[in-house]
Every structure is written in structure tokens, then in C-alpha cells.
Design a protein around this ligand. Structure first.
Ligand SMILES: [Fe+2]
Length: 429
């Protein structure tokens, strides 16, 4: 065999243990987005959940005199409600942001389309609120970035319906180059203005600069405020929320998490308050994975795992999603590195499409707790059917089509006779 062909064959076999009929995607270039409307018109529009019946509308204007108001209603062009919010802006070295608006609107009806206008001017947008009850479908996608692969992932996400998007960190990959936060906002705006996007931070959100910006997260906190106060958290870097019978906890991998930290105390208190009768499903997202058989980022989530795994296990968390590793991996139910019927299912879904490319080398042999692993771009979907059953699927970006490459049905731990005992709400089953 010709030497280059032999090398190609070895490369293919080493990096392609999950499927044999698919050629892995190379990185693709950044997508440039521009705002070509008037300076008063909204750009980078996105919405997020605030409590049970409210939604926060966020957007940016170049013009600083635009009021932070949202007109909204259930009929296109007819806005019978008006809400006023607040604004912020920030500077980062020589960069000054536009005016960043955040307006909370509601109360809103569940599973209803609302039409809205930002700042009293510009185009109309619309979103649909999540359902009040099951079924509900979450899209889960991490390490999104803003490349042509990101565009492909977003197209595939948008091609079939979903209710809420969950992003376990690494949004724009601006990495201190602030205009990339604006271009990211414009790229995701057509999608994030239509469904709530709930995010937590990754390492690329830190943007720490010694002495000048020692605490970091300046752009992230200004642009993507999440409902942390509503869940008793003092920090935008970790919070929780309920939606349609699911309690979702967004943890922060890049703020203190030790047993004496504010985050740990908040987490323990938050878990204590979960009523599995009201929210039978318990889901956690964080950035740096606790379980990972990829060669990339080995051990980076280990200290957080040692601090927090026990309390998640004791609370019978159903699933833990992570990003950071640019690949897909699904584990069985795990606690303390061993398969166990009462532990969470761990999934790494850091393959949204970022500019750094894929993490293609895996540790060999594959650990027995790892059930599926593949370095390809894509997104995941968690469809919770009812109080007891859910379907998880991973949708690989295969050229122009989205291919379901991994799929599993599973039961909630709360409904498990052996695992669900001693958690609040179990006795009422
Ligand atoms: Fe990361």
C-alpha cells in the first residue's frame, strides 16, 4: 500500500471507533455577521426563562437613546402589553459595548407564541413559551462558537421543533476580542430570539486580565444574565430553574466549588428544596466534564467531581451534561468511577462547532463505563416524555444532513423502586 494511503487508513481507524461509514469533518472558518439596519434597531436578540411565567428579552443597540421597552402580544402586529426593563453596557480595554437591554415580560401563557418588538422600533420577533407539562424537548449543545460548523449545527437544531436550549458553556470564543461577542449574538439571534436559551459559563467566558479585569466574565455577565437571583444564587455563574416538571441546575466550573464555597452551599440548599413530586426529573449542566475518556482536558473536572459528586448522587440526579471536550461521549450511570444503577448518566456534548476543531484522540482501551464516543460536530436532544421516561439522542452533523448517531431511552431515578426511595416526592408515586 502506498505510504500516504497507509497513514490515512491508520488515522481513520484510530479516530473512528464509533462508526465506520462516516468521514470526520475538518474545521471550518468563522462566519462574519454584520448589522446593516439603523443604529436604533435591535440586534443580537435572545430570550431566556425567568421563573415560571416570565421571559427575559435581551438585545443590543448601537444607539444609546433607545428605550428598554418590549411591546408584545399573541397576535402579530398587535401588541397589547408593554414592559420596561433595564440597560447596561461595559468597556473592555478600548472596546465599548452598545447599549445592552434586558426586559422581563409576562406573565405569559405556556406553549404559546408571542410576538414582540424591542425598543419600540425595528422588526417584529416571536418566541414560543415552553409547555407547562410533559412532554418537553430540550436541545443540548456546548462549545458553540461561530464557525460554518456552528451555522450547520444551528440549522439542524432549527430543522425540528424544540422548547428550550441548554448550553453547558463556551459560547462565542471571543477570547477578549469583544466584537466577536457581537458577531456571535448576531449569528445566534435568529434562533435564540425564538426559543429560550439557558446557558452556563465555560473557560472561554472568563476573559480574565490580571489587575485590570481580575474577576473576569465581564462580557458574559453583561450580555447573558441568567435567573440566578430567582434561585437564591448570588452569582450569574450558577443558578437553577424549573420548567415543565424538570429541575435544571446550571453549575459553574470556573468559580469556587469546594465544600466551603458559596456555590457548594447554594447547591446543597437547592437540592434540598427540590420536590420530585413537582419536578420528577433532575438535570445538571456544567462545563468541564467529570467523566471523560478523550485525551483532551483529562482531569480538569476532577476537583469539582470530588467536591460535588456525592451530593448529586445522594439527590438522584438523572443526567449530567458537560462541554469543554470537543466531541461526543455518553457514559452509563456512574458514581465514583463505577457503574451504578442510581448514579447520573454523564454526557459530554462539547461539539457545537467552535473554531478550535474536534478532540479526536481517545484513551485506549475505552473504559467500560463509556458507552459511546465519537469526535464529530453535532447537538443533542433530551425529550422527556412523562414523569418516568425520556429519550436522549445525539444528532451528528453529517454534511448538510443531521444524522441520529446515538439514541437511548431511560427511566427517571425518582420512579426507580430501588433508587427512588428517600427522595422527596417518591412516596407519592
Ligand atoms: Fe471549554
Amino acid at each position: 500500500m502506498h505510504r500516504s494511503l497507509l497513514l490515512l487508513a491508520i488515522f481513520f481507524l484510530r479516530t473512528h471507533d464509533a462508526s465506520v461509514d462516516f468521514t470526520r469533518q475538518p474545521p471550518r472558518p468563522l462566519v462574519n455577521t454584520y448589522h446593516d439596519g439603523p443604529e436604533s434597531h435591535p440586534q443580537q436578540v435572545h430570550v431566556s426563562l425567568v421563573g415560571n411565567k416570565y421571559m427575559k428579552v435581551s438585545w443590543v443597540t448601537d444607539e444609546h437613546n433607545v428605550p428598554s421597552v418590549v411591546d408584545f402580544g399573541k397576535v402579530s402586529g398587535k401588541y397589547d402589553s408593554l414592559a420596561t426593563g433595564e440597560t447596561t453596557s461595559y468597556s473592555y480595554f478600548l472596546y465599548s459595548s452598545g447599549k445592552i437591554h434586558h426586559v422581563t415580560i409576562g406573565p405569559l401563557d405556556p406553549a404559546t407564541t408571542y410576538y414582540y418588538r424591542c425598543g419600540g422600533t425595528g422588526p417584529e420577533f416571536n418566541f414560543r413559551t415552553p409547555p407547562e407539562k410533559f412532554p418537553i424537548e430540550f436541545v443540548v449543545v456546548g462549545d458553540l462558537g461561530q464557525t460554518e460548523w456552528t451555522s450547520s449545527t444551528l440549522d439542524h437544531i432549527n430543522a425540528s421543533n424544540y422548547d428550550v436550549l441548554l448550553l453547558p458553556g463556551d459560547l462565542s470564543y471571543a477570547d477578549t476580542h469583544q466584537p466577536l461577542w457581537d458577531s456571535f449574538g448576531r449569528l445566534v439571534g435568529p434562533y435564540a430570539s425564538q426559543r429560550p436559551w439557558m446557558v452556563t459559563e465555560g473557560n472561554h467566558e472568563q476573559e480574565i486580565f490580571p489587575i485590570i479585569y481580575p474577576k473576569g466574565f465581564k462580557a458574559y455577565n453583561a450580555r447573558w444574565p441568567m435567573p440566578h437571583e430567582e434561585s437564591g444564587s448570588k452569582s450569574n455563574l450558577y443558578y437553577s430553574f424549573d420548567v415543565a416538571g424538570t429541575h435544571i441546575i446550571m453549575l459553574g466550573s470556573y468559580t469556587d466549588f469546594g465544600v466551603d464555597s458559596d456555590q457548594y452551599k447554594w447547591l446543597a440548599n437547592d437540592l434540598e428544596k427540590v420536590d420530585r413530586l413537582l419536578t420528577p426529573w433532575l438535570i445538571v449542566l456544567l462545563h468541564a466534564p467529570w467523566y471523560n475518556s478523550n485525551a483532551a482536558h483529562q482531569g480538569e473536572g476532577e476537583s469539582m467531581r470530588l467536591a460535588m459528586e456525592q451530593v448529586l448522587y445522594d439527590s438522584r440526579v438523572d443526567m449530567v451534561f458537560a462541554g469543554h471536550v470537543h466531541a461526543y461521549e455518553r457514559f452509563t450511570r456512574v458514581f465514583n468511577n463505577n457503574a451504578t444503577p442510581c448514579g447520573p448518566i454523564y454526557v459530554t456534548i462539547g461539539d457545537g462547532g467552535n473554531r478550535e476543531g474536534l478532540a479526536m484522540i481517545y484513551k485506549e482501551p475505552s473504559p467500560s463505563i463509556s458507552l459511546f464516543r465519537e469526535a464529530s460536530f453535532g447537538h443533542g436532544r433530551l425529550r422527556i416524555m412523562n414523569e418516568t421516561h425520556a429519550r436522549w439522542s445525539w444528532h451528528r452533523n453529517n454534511d448538510s444532513a443531521s444524522v441520529v448517531a446515538d439514541e437511548v431511552w431511560f427511566e427517571s431515578l425518582r420512579s426507580s423502586p430501588s433508587c427512588g426511595q428517600n427522595i422527596q416526592g417518591h412516596d407519592e408515586l
